[in-house]
Design a protein. Structure first.
Length: 290
């Protein structure tokens, strides 16, 4: 499977925060969900992908090309970056925006644009400032699709949307992905959206990628483990990413369910871990795990 994006040992340092040694591959035709706590580095990673920020170390390739050698325009033609807020001058309407944006793209299709505007039920003549958050999100998506973007990147597209529109948006995204020609990468805090649509999950924590795996692998490897607290000692605890104790019992997260099954047998109970469980336990992780 082709890599649409590839990060090799990428680092970016700010005064109080660093993205460290990021290795990441985004595969063609898949939906990859990007999760991590507030401030974990998701937007920074996406800005690096868009060349809105430049890495201090390492190599970034998009469609197999780096941003040097005057490749930027060619790469950007093929990306639709869906922002989470209105980036256009607010008194413009959709007709004005089309007039400004269309000439910038070789692959622009007016037919696609008007088809999506109709599908998304957006008004052409109303100022963008009157649009709801959901309408602004649809506008960004319609623009990305009108230049036939192969790689669609969205920063928290479902944040602040009502549940009905969220589901509609997920349906639209599922339809777009049906022919596997496009690749979708989006950040979110709403893990239930990912359970509906994602093939792959990239998990970032404090500037480090903890894993980038298929949903199936995550479901197989990760589990919540429950048992009596007297089973815990420094050696057995090594099987767990993090452990929460109450007086006589513990609950823990493992990323190696099979090993835990072998070593603890029926002394413990294993349950499927949701993405939310993984995020919750990973916050208290005692060590780096991949
Ligand atoms: N230009 C910048 N200069 C200095 N620090 C920055 C800059 N951009 C981001 N940061 C810092 O980098 C860290 C990561 O920010 P980032 O926006 O990437 O996180 P995030 O995972 O997208 O968070 P959220 O889920 O809250 O949107 C934060 O501590 C932020 O303050």
């Amino acid at each position: 499977m082709e890599n649409i994006v590839e990060f090799k040992n990428v680092s970016k340092h700010f005064k109080d925060f660093s993205l460290e040694n990021i290795n990441l591959q985004i595969k063609q035709g898949l939906v990859t969900g990007f999760v991590g706590a507030n401030g974990a580095g998701k937007s920074t990673t996406m800005k690096l992908m868009m060349n809105l920020l430049q890495a201090d170390e390492g190599e970034i390739k998009v469609f197999g090309k780096s941003y040097d050698n005057n490749n930027e325009k060619e790469i950007k033609e093929r990306i639709g970056f869906v922002y989470d807020s209105n980036i256009f001058y607010e008194s413009l309407n959709l007709k004005d925006i089309r007039r400004i944006i269309a000439p910038a793209y070789k692959n622009w299709s007016d037919k696609q644009f008007y088809d999506y505007i109709k599908l998304f039920e957006l008004p052409l003549n109303k100022a963008i400032k009157t649009f709801s958050k959901g309408m602004q999100m649809k506008t960004s998506l319609a623009l990305a699709l009108s230049h036939d973007a192969e790689f669609i990147m969205m920063d928290e597209p479902t944040a602040g949307l009502d549940p009905v529109f969220r589901r509609e948006l997920l349906d639209i995204l599922k339809d777009l992905m049906a022919d596997k020609r496009r690749t979708l990468f989006f950040s979110t805090h709403i893990t239930s959206d990912l359970e509906q649509i994602a093939d792959q999950i990239t998990f970032i924590q404090r500037g480090k990628i903890l894993f980038n795996e298929s949903i199936q692998d995550i479901q197989e490897r990760f589990a919540l483990v429950k048992g009596k607290a007297n089973l815990l000692n420094p050696s057995t605890e090594k099987s767990f990413i993090s452990v929460k104790r109450s007086s006589n019992e513990f609950q823990a997260l493992t990323n190696n369910a099979e090993e835990v099954r072998k070593s603890f047998g029926d002394q413990v109970v294993l349950e499927n871990a949701t993405l939310e469980d993984i995020m919750y336990y990973a916050k208290g992780a005692r060590h780096q795990y991949v």
